[in-house]
Write a new protein. Structure first.
Length: 680
């Protein structure tokens, strides 16, 4: 027989195939209602613009839903998930081919296509499903990683998927054996089943087993389809939707604006105040736990778990679904109908104020769930409506309102650090527009003595390179970053508005910051309030001066150094290579990387207002990061953020013991290595 004749009889041995179509009706009804019920819940959320730029959004779906690039970051889990996913995709395509041939008489199941795709490829990918389920079972039932959620439902879903794939191969094998299929070798797994069955079963037994197995397989598949939308497997649909509606503008740029003229409660305290994307996120969660696994607060034993916040909110949404759908959103000063902040769940004030806003959860989530904005939005309610937040954070907010900086009790002025350097102050210049750049010093650099060395290093390097710059001096005030991340949007907008007015009055266009938090706020938050400026962080600016030959490091070898990626520099704004270039220029060697680095870096523990929080010694994020830094055996832990400087100096000092390990800003390393350029 030639391959052109290859085919098989569809529905062989099935006499009442019409019953299959009859049973499909309730299956589709149950599954469809499950999906529609979820969609109705999402539609209760507030509007948010997440359907623009469709080309970019389809690109996200291609990369992360179909190719599963984020899922694949974890080799083992990503591997078996890809096996199961691709296996089911191929099996679904194969079933569609059968339908087209049988119901629409397309006559496509024959010849080489039948042999290569419908037999060989389908068998191989069906085998991948079995292997993938086996690997998943080992992980869930043997390895049992802490990050997973362990439920009976998850276990039964694995069993059901395995049973569907196994019965499919059994039915195929018994058909091959009973019909003496001449093309059996093109179906390796089915042929194996046939080879084992023939010596053990008569033709009548094979036919009976095939008939029984076919109906069992069908019922399992229909049961799976009907049940899936009511289980975590709904993420097959919800995850691509969440990815499509993901934030395209980068981390930290998706906090919802607040209308302070409205009578509605500030922040988020109830399900009704969440957006439709927020509610979709709850149903998109795959329970993989990657967000919690990378959460620095959770890593040191704190209560915060981004995964559990999402799952507890999902449980609340589902349990209160009818109530949610029956009531309109809040539009006046009403008490929250379905409160989300509950001390008995993961959405508790204690946990919410342990978040460093590092965005590691956002970077890790394979389906673009936005845990961090939900945390900040609930903080806003607690801060601005309830005044229920840690006292030390409240003290920082009070200091911001009264003194323009978050350090109550600070002894230094805004200009003490610059003594003897001859630095120009913008208000004293005849023509402020003549400077190349405004050096934005930042509160932590100006008011914390240790950081004076950093900003002095930056200033002297700028002078060596012939950069014309000035500072605001006593007119500088906080950008408002601590207020915004803690949850006081009102104080943030007050500070931001005053700063924008001041900068625009001086005609400032270019700003150079020495702090990633200042950089992020000036570059990404201020434009939303009308403040458009060209902002650079000092590592990128200095790296450019080195490349231009305006700063020339010496050739001598420097100390071995590792580099800690500040969250608001690396993960938030993608500035990953410039600081490493400076370390290489200053020391003559590549930085020794920590285990967690670049966009997967580990927070110092100082973001989100946590620099102003009291923490138990055994639950300090900075000490965990210091352990990771010390494990590199580097002589210097280099940073590019004044908050990281404070946190890591404390952590390294507590853990280094007799070792002499210094914490330095990369600007200090470069200052030590640069020979002053001779001026004409």
């Amino acid at each position: 027989m030639t391959p052109d004749l290859a085919t098989r009889e569809i529905g062989w041995n099935i006499s009442v195939i019409w019953l299959m179509y009859l049973l499909l009706v309730p299956t589709v009804v149950v599954a469809g209602y499950g999906l529609w019920w979820r969609i109705r819940l999402w539609r209760c959320g507030r509007p948010v613009a997440r359907l623009d730029r469709p080309a970019e959004r389809f690109g996200l779906v291609l990369r992360h839903a179909l190719l599963q690039m984020r899922t694949a970051r974890q080799l083992y889990a990503g591997g078996f998930h890809l096996m199961i996913f691709t296996g089911f995709v191929i099996l679904a395509i194969a079933t569609t081919v059968v339908m087209l041939d049988f119901d629409f008489h397309t006559d496509i199941m024959k010849g080489s296509f039948y042999l290569v795709f419908q037999s060989l490829i389908v068998d191989l990918f069906g085998g991948l499903v079995l292997v993938g389920v086996g690997l998943a079972a080992v992980r869930r039932w043997v390895h049992r990683p802490k990050q997973l959620v362990y439920t009976d439902q998850a276990s039964w879903l694995l069993v059901l998927i395995f049973a569907i794939a196994l019965t499919g191969f059994l039915v195929e094998g018994w058909r091959i054996a009973a019909t003496r299929d001449p093309w059996a070798e093109w179906s390796p797994i089915g042929n194996l089943v046939a080879s084992v069955s023939v010596p053990l079963m008569s033709d009548e037994a094979l036919r009976a087993a095939h008939l029984t197995g076919w109906w069992i397989h069908l019922l399992l598949v229909y049961g799976f389809i009907a049940w899936a939308p009511w289980t975590k497997l709904a993420h097959v649909v919800t995850a691509p939707l969440a990815i499509f509606a993901g934030n395209l503008d980068g981390y930290g740029r998706d906090l919802k604006p607040i209308d302070f003229e409205s009578e509605a409660p500030l922040g988020v305290a109830s399900l009704e105040q969440l957006s439709w994307k927020d509610l979709l996120d709850l149903d998109a969660c795959t329970e993989c736990g990657r967000c919690t696994a990378v959460c620095p607060a959770n890593a040191v034993g704190k209560a915060l778990s981004p995964r559990d916040i999402v799952l507890d909110l999902r449980t609340l949404m589902h349990s209160k679904g009818n109530e949610l759908m029956a009531t309109p959103g809040l539009d006046s000063e009403e008490d929250p109908r379905i409160p989300v902040i509950d001390g008995s769940t993961a959405v508790a004030p204690e946990a919410l104020f342990e978040c460093t806003t590092c965005a590691a959860c956002l970077e890790a989530c394979p389906v673009y769930i936005e845990q961090l904005p939900k945390i900040v939005d609930t903080r806003r309610f607690l801060v601005m409506e309830e005044a229920d937040y840690p006292q030390t954070m409240a003290d920082a907010i009070t200091s911001l309102e009264q003194r323009g900086h978050p350090f109550p009790g600070a002894q230094f002025s805004r200009v003490d650090w610059a003594e003897g350097l001859g630095i120009s102050v913008l208000s004293e210049l005849d023509d402020p527009s003549e400077i190349d750049v405004l050096l934005w010093v930042g509160c932590a650099n100006a008011l914390l003595e240790r950081n004076h060395a950093t900003v002095r290093a930056v200033a002297t390097l700028l002078q060596d390179a012939g950069v014309s710059f000035a500072i605001l001096g006593r007119e500088e005030r906080c950008t408002g970053d601590p207020a915004r991340r803690i949850g006081n949007e009102f104080v943030f907008e007050q500070l931001a508005t005053k700063n924008i007015e001041l900068l625009q009055r001086y005609g400032v266009r270019g700003i150079l910051t020495c702090c990633p938090h200042c950089y992020h706020t000036l570059a990404n938050d201020y434009p939303l309030l009308g403040g458009e400026f060209e902002v650079e962080h000092h590592v990128a600016f200095l790296a450019g001066l080195v490349k231009e030959g305006r700063l020339i490091p010496s050739d001598q070898d420097g100390p071995s150094a590792t580099f800690h990626d500040p969250c608001y520099l690396g993960r938030y704004n993608g500035i990953l290579e410039a600081p490493r270039e400076l370390v290489r220029s200053a020391t003559g060697a590549q930085p020794v990387e920590m285990a967690a680095h670049r966009s997967a870096g580990f927070c110092c523990g100082g973001g989100g207002g946590m620099s102003f929080a009291e923490e138990p010694p055994e639950q300090r994020v900075n000490r965990e990061r210091a352990r990771q830094a010390l494990a590199t055996d580097a002589e210097v832990v280099s940073v590019a953020c004044p908050f990281c400087m404070t946190m890591l100096e404390d952590g390294v000092g507590a853990l280094a013991g007799d070792r002499e390990v210094k914490v330095k800003d990369v600007a200090e390393l470069l200052r030590d290595a640069v020979a002053p350029i001779e001026k004409d």
